[in-house]
Design a protein around this ligand. Structure first.
Ligand code: GLY
Length: 259
């Protein structure tokens, strides 16, 4: 019964990867390192997945990668653009072991697979797609060569490089609302290429997953932004992802949505 309802209402597929036993060893660059409660993280991830499912997304689980502490941040391993999955080449070499599993997941989704090649680096958290425009963060994890290779692989789309600073990825600092409007932290992105950026002051207020035409998923750590968006008429689902935020994660990097 649940599956039939799922199929009728589905808006697309959502690729996720459950946290592994080594999650607490994940990379921390910007947060202040603190112990991560892995059991709590597992529960938070289940609630995150349930929120996607409730919004009509069909869940596809990538094979666990228990030896890769950061593998739960599955978005960073690949970029899906139409029927193509571009496998990233993480700027932090400690994350390169995640790519093989991401390739299997992409093939299971029936996607054509391309890849970023050396000397390019690219992590999916640096790629924000808004309609036919692809914003690509250029910073610690994604380099100029990675941006150029991605631009060639997603030919036909307008690629806008965005310099990022003081954050892990572009989508740590900026995402988009269902109407395509950009929302984010102006101190962390080059606003000269982002006209109309709606400014938020809560760090997690910059992170939206668009679940539907008037529905976003946000972290519970951005209550003021959530209230503002609700007042503007959006439906906001909030989830507590504290254990992932402790590892510089946010709601976007825990899934890849394939409309
Ligand atoms: N912990 C996520 C990353 O640094 O890549």
């Amino acid at each position: 019964m649940g599956r039939a309802v799922d199929t009728l209402t589905a808006v697309g597929r959502a690729l996720v990867r459950a946290p592994g036993p080594r999650l607490a060893e994940g990379i921390v660059t910007h947060a202040v390192r603190r112990p991560v409660d892995v059991a709590l993280a597992v529960r938070q991830h289940e609630a995150y997945v349930a929120a996607l499912r409730s919004a009509g997304w069909r869940i596809r689980a990538a094979t666990a990668a228990d030896d890769q502490p950061d593998a739960v941040f599955v978005e960073d391993a690949l970029v899906v653009c139409g029927d193509v999955a571009v496998l990233g080449r993480p700027g932090d070499p400690r994350r390169r072991g995640e790519i093989d599993g991401a390739e299997r997941a992409a093939r299971d989704l029936g996607l054509r697979v391309e890849r970023i090649e050396e000397p390019g680096t690219l992590e999916g958290g640096d790629v924000l797609q808004v309609g036919d425009t692809v914003y690509v963060g250029r910073g610690a994890r994604t380099n100029e060569e990675g941006v150029c290779q991605l631009a060639r692989l997603v030919g036909g789309r307008k690629v806008i490089p965005v310099a990022v600073r003081g954050c892990l990825h572009l989508k740590s600092a900026m995402t988009a609302l269902p109407d395509g409007g950009l929302i984010g932290l102006p101190d962390q992105v080059d606003t000269s290429v982002l006209p109309g950026l709606q400014v938020v002051r809560e760090p997690a207020g910059a992170h939206m997953v668009v679940l539907g035409p008037d529905h976003v998923l946000m972290a519970a750590s951005a209550p003021r932004t959530a209230a503002r968006l609700r007042a503007d008429g959006l439906r906001v689902t909030s989830v507590d992802i504290s254990e992932f935020e402790a590892l510089d994660g946010c709601v976007t990097c825990l899934s890849v949505l394939v409309p």
